[in-house]
Structure formats: C-alpha cells, structure tokens
Ligand binder design. Structure first.
Ligand code: PLP
Length: 228
C-alpha cells in the first residue's frame, strides 16, 4: 500500500470510530510514529498532510529531526526518556508523552528554563499494572500532577497510557476508560493550573476502541507508516 492509501484508510477508520461514539473527528490528533521507518517514509507521511510525528528513541529521532530541521511538523517524544537525554528533546519536541517521575519533570523544567521553552507533557500512567510497562500507578497521579502543575516550563496537557497487546482489542476498553475517569477526577478537584485536556491512548491494534473511550491523541506506527 502506498502512503496516501494508508493515510486515507486510517482516516476512514478514525471517522467510523468517531461516528460510533458521537465524536467530532477533528478532536482526534493523529501522531504518525516513525520509529520503525527511515527518512523516506517519514517524509512521505508528512507530505500526506500529517502534522504530528512521534519517535520513541532519542538516537533514532535526532537524525530525522536534523534532516527535516523540524520542518512544519510537530514532534512528539513517546518512549521512555532517560534524564540525561532531556537536553536533546526539549526545544525540538513540543510534546513528551512519557512523563513518569519527578526527576524527569525537574530536568525538563531545568532545560525548559535554559531554553525558555514550555514543553507539553502527558503523564504516563500504568493502568494495566503490567510490570513491563512504565508509568505511575493510578493512585500516584493526582499528587504528581499537583507538583508538576507548579512548574513553569512544563504544561501538563494530558494523561497517556499503553494498553496490553490484545488479540481482541475490545479487551483494552476498560484500560482506556479508566484513564479517562482518572483525567476527569483530576480536573474535578479544581486545582489552580490543572486543566488536563488530552488523552494519549490507542495504537495500531486498539486505536478505534481508544477513540470510542475518549482518546484525543492516537499514536500509530505499523498501521500507518508501516515497517521498513
Ligand atoms: C511504537 C509505539 C507506538 C506505535 O506502535 P504501533 O503498534 O506500531 O502503532 C505507539 N506508542 C508508543 C509509546 C510506542 O512505543
């Protein structure tokens, strides 16, 4: 399949999921995850009008960023982020989807101050409880949000989770639903500076269920740009 067909097909699936859930497709931000592919396919997906590009490893992401000089795209860092790599990410990536600890928040804040740039961050939550998954436990999120909401160069824009891989994507629904409920609970407390708008959830295998449960950012790799 060429890139145009692939993008069209994914957009149709997004629209169908939105229709089922009575949602406006414009609420869904599609992040093209290019970690499995090289420059050619990364460029090709941008040429199809995709705005958001996602990478999960700094060493793979930087050559692409340099080659495009950022370009018109909005860059998302979606993988585990080591504290010593933050300096390579802040200023280039507008969004970090994997904020999962205070030491990382402090370093993003520090580098943000140096560069005078605010980074949009999703707090990653391990809803499923799988040991292999990163993220805060749900009961740690509120305290963490309270602390980080005081930081000047971090904007907590949403919560992020990864569901376990399921052959039947319907099995992921309770995970996504819980992330949405957690976001709503955080907002209901009416804390100053806390207005968590977004939910980053849904990958190639389960994005339709995630949309039905309220996702506003979906992160698609293999189903959108393929694998090299
Ligand atoms: C790789 C990755 C994706 C995309 O995976 P696909 O299943 O290929 O769509 C999304 N989110 C994160 C955090 C990833 O690491």
């Amino acid at each position: 399949m060429n890139m145009k067909e692939s993008v069209d097909q994914v957009k149709q699936r997004i629209e169908a999921a939105c229709k089922r859930a009575n949602r406006d497709p414009n609420e869904i931000n599609l992040v093209a995850v290019t970690k499995y592919v090289g420059m050619d396919r990364a460029k090709a997906v941008l040429q199809e009008g995709i705005q958001h590009i996602g990478e999960s490893r700094v060493q793979d992401a930087l050559p692409k960023w340099e080659a495009l000089q950022g370009g018109q795209a909005t860059w998302h860092f979606i993988g585990n982020l080591q504290t010593n790599k933050v300096k390579d990410v802040v200023g280039k990536f507008s969004y970090i989807h994997s904020l999962d600890r205070e030491s990382l928040a402090k370093e993003i804040e520090r580098r943000g101050r140096q560069n005078n740039v605010v980074t949009n961050c999703f707090v990653q939550v391990n809803i499923s409880g799988e040991e292999t998954k990163s993220g805060l436990e749900p009961n740690q999120v509120l305290e963490f949000v309270k602390k980080t909401s005081k930081m000047k160069y971090i904007k907590i824009c949403g919560l992020m989770t990864m569901a376990p891989y399921e052959l039947d994507s319907e099995q992921t629904r309770p995970i996504f639903r819980k992330l949405r409920q957690l976001r709503d609970e955080c907002n209901q407390l009416g804390l100053p500076n806390v207005q968590i708008e977004h939910l980053s959830m849904g990958m190639s295998n389960d994005f339709e269920v995630a949309i039905e449960e309220g996702a506003t950012f979906i992160r698609l790799g293999s189903s959108l740009v393929g694998k090299d």
